[in-house]
Write a protein that binds this ligand. Structure first.
Ligand code: IMP
Length: 194
């Protein structure tokens, strides 16, 4: 099965490909010849994920999926959440959003946080949603150089290293994205067994 993945984030493409078996071929937007930054205007992950897959389905008529992810920090009442990519002012880089998070968490004892991913898939014009959650905690300074976004300051429950200290094969044992993807794959396999 071939699916267009509605993202311009190469890290996400790498993670999704790493977590999928050979039954699925993932085409990135770039590979599909689509040069488009799809907006994320809504205040829920679900609505943003739906919007991204809808836009690509309307452009191509092909089976596709998208995902939206947020980091929800307990002590910050769920922030940055759906605004995770835009947590700092201007056109924020990963370094800015992590700095802002660490500053807001300074002196905070409750370090609990979770990543939540919502996948929206459109198969033959019909949409379905899948969710994956990874519980963990925010540490006080960066550790590791792998991954992206908040990976250097997030340790998933059951591990003692940050996502940025893990290779993809290890991150996928814990990750929100891999969990949502697993649900998607199980559903696809039930819908079209072979
Ligand atoms: P997006 O809106 O789904 O592209 O992601 C929002 C932001 O959350 C990204 O820009 C990253 O900063 C962050 N993010 C998403 N997924 C991850 C992850 O797996 N690890 C660390 N940060 C992530």
């Amino acid at each position: 099965m071939t699916l267009i993945f509605a993202t311009n984030n190469n890290n996400k493409v790498k993670e999704i490909r790493n977590a999928l078996n050979e039954r699925f071929e993932i085409i990135s937007l770039k590979e599909a010849g689509i040069d488009k930054d799809i907006p994320e205007p809504y205040d829920t992950l679900e609505a943003n994920a739906s919007e991204k897959s809808r836009v690509i389905f309307e452009m191509t008529g092909k089976n596709c999926f998208s995902e939206d992810t947020g980091l929800e920090v307990e002590a910050l009442n769920g922030e940055p959440g759906v605004k995770s990519a835009r947590y700092a002012d201007g056109e924020p880089q990963y370094v800015d959003i992590v700095d802002k998070l660490l500053a807001k968490m300074e002196g905070q004892d409750n370090r609990r946080a979770r990543f939540r991913t919502v996948i929206s898939v459109i198969i033959d014009g019909k949409e379905s949603l899948f969710e994956g959650i990874c519980e963990g905690r925010i540490i006080t300074e960066r550790r590791g150089n792998n991954g992206f976004g908040y990976d250097p300051v997030f340790i998933p429950d059951g591990a003692d290293r940050t996502f940025a200290e893990m290779e993809l094969d290890e991150k996928k044992l814990y990750s929100h994205r891999a969990k949502a993807l697993k649900k998607l794959i199980e559903w696809l396999q039930q819908s079209s067994p072979s």
